[in-house]
Design a protein around this ligand. Structure first.
Ligand SMILES: Nc1nc2c(ncn2[C@@H]2O[C@H](COP(=O)(O)OP(=O)(O)OP(=O)(O)O)[C@@H](O)[C@H]2O)c(=O)[nH]1
Ligand SMILES: [Mg+2]
Length: 445
């Protein structure tokens, strides 16, 4: 039999209200023991709450949900009490005293999943919604929770079932006229589906960048003004600034929110050949970050004589930022503009001292982020787990298409593609995989 579990659903600490939730077969007994008797389902009742010895704990709202009409699909209840640590401690002690067990992270949602209240993609969306710090993250998670990925998955799955039925009919009636004809009819369906799955897999990166942050690397020669710019954009002294070239050695990542999107801004070590072991490691890290970034800002001190090293990772769409606009312009500034034109990079002359320049640069960055992430529709699939499964399903379909003469093999490939798709939303994953997904939740959800 399932345990009855409890946990504070609200964060620890002092608050006006805290919510403690309970789920499982002993819920009605628990509500009766603590709140006197079970109130009507799904309506708030103000009650005095008592422990097993009859001592008052607090007074608060009690909500009773009779399964399956609850979040978890089981009998469940919520106690809305005053949000002080001592109140919660006393309530939790009373619940434990009744033989209930403290929930593990994500266990309420896990039960909702087991009871068919939501599928795996929706359960992941619950975690994303709780973790959402930006409006873009919130909107994306809400779409997925509402079943966007689940609906697309169902459509793909239905197309596969149809194709599979054709193959199976062809395999079952090998002597009839049908086989060759049927395989020919299934082929364009599978080809179109493979293409759609590949497109969705490619689009996953948009979703993961929204979730994890759009990565912008600040690159350039020592003293170009990278750390100064990072501080000005972030609005705080995150990185050390000095007149000594080679000041920054580590990558300094600063999260920011721009146009509703999460950004990760990285200040890096100035690029130059060096025999200093620490600085050389810093330069290596700068290159690695530049490689993986979604956007690179190449900074050049416009008042310098020498242009310095040009980051080799620059690509079309990146930005050339000519810094120290407040100082007299010199050779490096002109050379940078020439180089940028050659590479098709827009040039932004700024000084970190000017709030107007910083506001303008932020607007430029916001445009880039929106252009990269907004799209006409939010991405359906948003996690690497989804991408792996979509890629696998597409590869199986591609394989099936090469097996047109051997229908049994083709049918098996289509079946494997279907299984990969099922795992996006489904319950056919081994315990270990499910455990890993739900372990990322907080306790009480
Ligand atoms: N006048 C002026 N000075 C600036 C500006 N930006 C940076 N500086 C100065 O340039 C020097 C180097 O600035 P940093 O921000 O440390 O340069 P960096 O690119 O991070 O240098 P490394 O960490 O050594 O690679 C400091 O003395 C800054 O005060 C600017 O817009 N105007
Ligand atoms: Mg620096």
């Amino acid at each position: 039999m399932t345990d009855t579990i409890f946990a504070a659903a609200t964060a620890a600490g002092r608050a006006a209200v805290a919510v403690v939730r309970v789920s499982g077969p002993k819920t009605a007994m628990t509500v009766g023991a603590i709140a006197g008797h079970v109130p009507p389902a799904r309506s708030a009742a103000l009650r005095k709450l008592f422990d097993a010895e009859g001592r008052p704990i607090d007074s608060g709202l009690v909500l009773w949900f009779e399964g399956p009409a609850s979040y978890t699909g089981e009998d469940a209840a919520e106690f809305h009490v005053h949000g002080g640590p001592a109140v919660i401690e006393a309530l939790v002690a009373a619940l434990a005293g009744l033989g209930l067990r403290l929930a593990e992270p994500g266990e309420f949602t896990r039960r909702a999943f087991e009871n068919g209240k939501l599928d795996l993609a929706q359960a992941e969306a619950v975690a994303d919604l709780i973790d959402a710090e930006t409006q873009a993250q919130r909107a994306q998670a809400l779409e997925q929770l509402g079943g966007r990925l689940s609906a697309v998955q169902a459509r793909w799955r239905a197309a596969l079932t149809e194709a599979l039925a054709m193959f199976e009919a062809a395999v079952d009636f090998p002597d009839e006229e049908v086989p060759a004809d049927i395989a020919a009819r299934a082929r364009p369906v599978l080809a179109a589906l493979a293409e759609e799955l590949e497109a969705a897999a490619a689009d996953v990166s948009r979703g993961t960048i929204v979730r994890e942050g759009y990565r912008i690397a600040l690159l350039g020669a020592p003293n170009a003004g990278k750390s100064t710019l990072l501080n000005a954009l972030a609005g705080r002294d995150a990185a050390i600034v000095t007149a000594t070239p080679g000041t920054t050695r580590d990558v300094i990542e600063v999260p920011m929110v721009l146009a509703g999107y999460k950004l990760l801004l990285a200040d890096t070590a100035g690029l130059r050949a060096t025999t200093d072991e620490i600085e050389a490691e810093g330069v290596r890290r700068a290159h690695a970050w530049a490689e993986a970034a979604d956007l690179r800002l190449w900074l050049v001190d416009g008042s310098a004589v020498e242009l310095g090293e040009i980051p080799r990772q620059l690509q079309p769409g990146d930005l050339c930022v000519v810094t120290k606009r407040d100082l007299p312009e010199n050779d490096a500034g002109w050379k940078a503009i020439e180089e940028a034109e050659k590479r098709g990079l827009p040039v932004a002359p700024v000084t970190a001292k000017s709030p107007n320049d910083m506001a303008w640069l932020k607007e430029l960055l916001a445009e880039r982020v929106v252009e990269a992430l907004a799209g006409a529709e939010p991405p359906a699939a948003t996690r690497l787990r989804h991408r792996e499964l979509l890629t696998e399903a597409a590869a199986r379909l591609r394989q099936a298409l090469t097996e047109a003469d051997r229908l049994e093999l083709a049918a098996e490939d289509v079946r494997l593609a279907a299984r990969a798709l099922d795992r996006i939303t489904g319950r056919i994953d081994p315990e270990a995989v499910l455990g890993k997904i739900f372990a990322t939740f907080c306790i009480g959800k």
